[in-house]
Unconditional design. Structure first.
Length: 75
């Protein structure tokens, strides 16, 4: 069996930063949707469901675009 590659501190830092940015995007989308949908007159349950389901979908689209178009091909 081969041993796993050594940890790369720079890569871990980039991944942590990307995770924090995506978490911030998710939180901002939740709050924004909650406010906008509340002003549109929706009741609490539909607002909550939409605000909980849309941000993960947006994050998935962001990650999908990154993987498809910006990530280098494996070597």
């Amino acid at each position: 069996m081969t041993s796993p590659p050594p940890l790369n501190g720079q890569r871990i830092s980039r991944v942590a930063l990307a995770g924090m940015i995506l978490a911030g995007v998710g939180i901002a989308l939740f709050i924004g949707l909650w406010i906008v949908l509340g002003q549109a007159g929706l009741e609490a349950v539909p607002r909550l469901i939409a605000s909980m389901c849309i941000p993960p979908g947006v994050i998935a689209v962001i990650l999908g675009v990154y993987v498809l178009f910006f990530r280098g091909s494996p070597k």
